[in-house]
Design a protein around this ligand. Sequence first.
Ligand SMILES: [Zn+2]
Length: 482
Amino acid sequence: MGSPLRTFLRAAVVAVVVGVPCLTTQAPLSAQASNPPNWNALESETLRHFQALLRFDTSNPPGNEYLVTDYLKAALEKEGIAVQIVASDPKRPNLIARLKGSGRKPPLLYMGHSDVVTVDPKKWTFPPFSATRDGGYIYGRGSLDDKPHVVAGLMTLLTLKRLNVALDRDVIFLVEAGEEGSSGVGIGYIVQEHYPLIDAEYCFAEGGNVTRVASQVKFAAIQAQEKVSRGMELVATGPSGHGSAPLAGMAIVELSKAIAALSAWRQPFLFNTTSREFFRLMATVSSPDDALRYRAVLGADPAARAAAHDSFQKSEPRYASMLHTSISPTIVNGGYRSNVIPSEAKATLDVRMVPEEDPAAFLDEVLKVINNPAITVRYTSNTARPIPAPAKLDSEAFKVVQSAVARNYDSVAIPMMGTGATDMAQVRTKGQQCFGIGPAADLEDAAKGFAAHSDQERILEAEIYRFVRFSYEIVFDLARGN
Ligand SMILES: [Zn+2]
């Protein structure tokens, strides 16, 4: 995923306080089924599949995701589950498996991506595709991002099928290629060419996580919406001349002023249901100091709001980014010779828009902030494309997630808005309600260099089993027949 589990060390969280809604002690629906899975017996099988998946080198580039889809196809078909393979590149296929339901409800989609980011093997204690078990961990590229979802989807389908669970909706399992920067062979291709195969009411994918501090679960972040990426370009024009004699209005100087003005711009906060609920609930699982900041951003005191924003920017920049559309200058171009004053300079801005933002109005605001006729501003990406639909927090699906979090993690589900883009974006634009979920990891582990996209990657073995069960229970509770 684009934004790995980041440290929440500033959010040194305390025990869940009283009054947090939705914690439930009622018996799991799945335990009420006549024939519940034997989770202990499924652990060795889960481990075998998980290690097999980790041992396929699906580094992207080049991907070679066929290694994973060939394996899964065999495992699913052996037990009578129908599989379709769709591919724009034969070495980079996508797998779609479906368990049929009665059709009383629309389908449910569970997604995991088969590719992983590249590795520098020298930085690994254990070889990155060895799936070594050591000290309670399983090591390997993809052990967090995103082979847990792949194995959880596999075990969920196999278990539903073996127990012959009657379903009210089809359960679709999608394993997509190319999530790490080449979604044209993966979700982009599927949505464009084969969307009916994955059309569903709800989808579940990576993008969430469960945070543990000192081995205790603190909260489960459930990604219910994500920001929208919009490229923007600033072009400054000015006089050219000899570098020995500086001129008024030099393009590079004007461009620098414009970037500085945007960086200093205090944008008004733009909340949506997801982000408002995120800050409200984070206050309930945080230390008193941190809780004050979470409450301040939702409060009416402008100075406290600004101070909380600035504090997040230093300690937890994703939280600051959740408060408004964000602008990061990422590329600057200008000049070609040390003694020539260039007549043009350009900056590329990575703009991550709150979905509710109006792109045209935002552009007008940017122009006002820059307030300089020497600068032109334009979007480099298509602003007319559909925006992702949020997952509803009063939906049956979110209630099921909340109770699965309470049961499996004895904790609270906190909806959040992703600041980076995931494969769910393309599915959300089709109207599916998508929830990003993920396994538990120790907050301290990221700082030690073990996280998605980090030098090394590992997962607590017990947490892979817990995540499989959590995933199964969500799918079961939403899809089982009455
Ligand atoms: Zn990922």
